[in-house]
Each structure stands twice: as C-alpha cells, then as structure tokens.
Design a binder for this molecule. Sequence first.
Ligand code: ATP
Length: 300
Amino acid sequence: LAQLFRPLDLLGMVYRTIRQGVIDMGAMFDLVDTPATIVDAPDATVLSVPRGHVRFEDVRFGYEPGRDILKGIDLEIAPGSTLAVVGPSGAGKSTLARLMYRFYDLTGGRITIDDQDIAQVTQASLRAAIGIVPQDTVLFNDTIGYNIAYGREGAGQPEIERAAQGAAIAGFIERQTDGYATRVGERGLKLSGGEKQRVAIARTLLKNPPVLILDEATSALDSRTEADILDTLEAIERDRTTIVIAHRLSTVVDADQIVVLDAGRIAERGSHAELLRHRGLYADMWARQAREREEALAAE
Ligand code: ATP
C-alpha cells in the first residue's frame, strides 16, 4: 500500500503551493493518482452511509488485460467491525484498498457501501466517507496545528486539540515551545515515524469518516512505540467499519475477521483462533513472525 501514497510525498509541497486552503485528503488523491478514466456516472448519486456496511461481490481486477490481480473476491464487513487483510507480498492487499477508494474500476463484480455500488456514486461523496491512515504520512512545512486541521476544513482549535488528545500526541505538542504553532517539516521540528502516524490519526479523528482504511507501517517500530500506536488505533477503529492492511500479525489478533490473500484469491478466512487451529498459511505466518519478534526483543 506504500506505493499508493508515495506520490503524495513529492506532490505535497507543490500541491500546497497551488492551493493554500485546507482540503480533503480525497481531493488530493484525485489530483495525484486517479487515472482519467475514472469519471462519475452521468446519474451518479451522493453516497449516504448511515451504517457502514461494506461488501465485495465477486470482485475481479487486473492492471493490465490478461493479468488478473484479484480473481473473484467476496467479502462482507459488518457495520463497525474490523477486517484485517494479510498475505504475502504482491498478493493484492493494497490493490483491494485502492479499489475501495475507486482509484480504478473493476473488471467484474461490485463493491457496495450500505447497498450502494461505489461505481454509481460521486467520487467526492465516496472519498468523503472513507478515511485513510497511510504508512507514510505527508507533513506540510507548516505548523503542527495546520497539519492536524488538514483533516477537516474549518476545524477550530478546541476540535484540533481534542483530535490530538485522541491520537495521543497532545502531550508531545504541548511540550514544544510554540505548542500547536510549532513548525514541522524540512525547516522545523522533525517527527519520528510513530509521531507522524499519530498526526495522521488525529487528522482522521477530525474527519470522522464512517469507513476507515488503515495501512499498517511496515517499518520496524520498537515494541514500546508499537504498543502505544496499537492502543491509539484501537480508539479510531471503534464504531467504524475498518479495513486494516496488515504487515505484522501482532496487530490483527483482535480483528473481527481476518482474510489471507494469496495470489489474488482468499485462501483462508476466520478469526485469529480459528485460523491458528486451521494450521494453514496464517498459522505458518504467525509462527514465523513470533520467532522474529522474539529475536527482535532479545536484540533490543
Ligand atoms: P505488499 O505487501 O508488498 O505491499 P500487496 O499484497 O499489497 O503487496 P499489491 O500492491 O496489491 O500487493 O500488488 C499486487 C500485484 O499487482 C503485484 O504483482 C504488483 O506487481 C501488481 N501491481 C501493483 N500496482 C500496479 C500498477 N500500478 N500497475 C501494474 N501492476 C501493478
């Protein structure tokens, strides 16, 4: 999924220069990455998400003709529940997230949110309903307050502070000499990977979307930071339909549903305990990562 967001690193600065106002994350994706072929249907309606019930029905997709990446995916994510997607590199996990945001149209099947086909609603309303916490958060060369407020146009200082508290970064901000007016970025305060992810979480709390896509960082975090971030993520997943693209299995244990994607198909699905009992791909991945975790802990 990293690839999905990387162009933003480059374009973030340019974009801000073009348009100084605080804009929606989705609008930025439009500019950066949506191929010109994605257009609103002539009779597109405005997506309404009273519940957040997400369904993938026999979803098929390939970037190039004749090379299918997703080969018939069926998923149902109950309102407010969490689905974790795991699987080997190249299995199609990020592609699944891209399709949900409608970066591309499907070659078969459909994706619905509260029974509305996402290809039949306006892209603006689709992207307003979905929040993304990427692995690599783009920070603007501006104040930390601005960087959080970016989650929602017109957010006031009390809301920004509440979001920062929710993302467990308020204490860190208050310790800086200029508080929320502290500049970050190239010429300002440098934030660690974990701190940047918290800024992304604060933005998302401000946006308050009914559907959330979470791209778990692949980069190694020390176990303390990882535990802190997990707590914070739990807070934003609550009461939201969430799809987690998971690279480390330690973060999926509590998911309501786990799917193992392998070569474009769902190879296994179930809860953590069910999948361990199944002694298949997931159980193998779990055993391998548990070993790696122990080795890392021993080295810390
Ligand atoms: P990882 O865990 O390494 O991020 P992933 O499971 O998320 O992998 P995807 O990024 O969804 O995998 O990629 C699935 C397949 O689609 C890969 O074979 C990849 O090479 C291919 N692919 C991804 N993006 C594109 C693209 N823009 N154009 C063509 N092929 C692509």
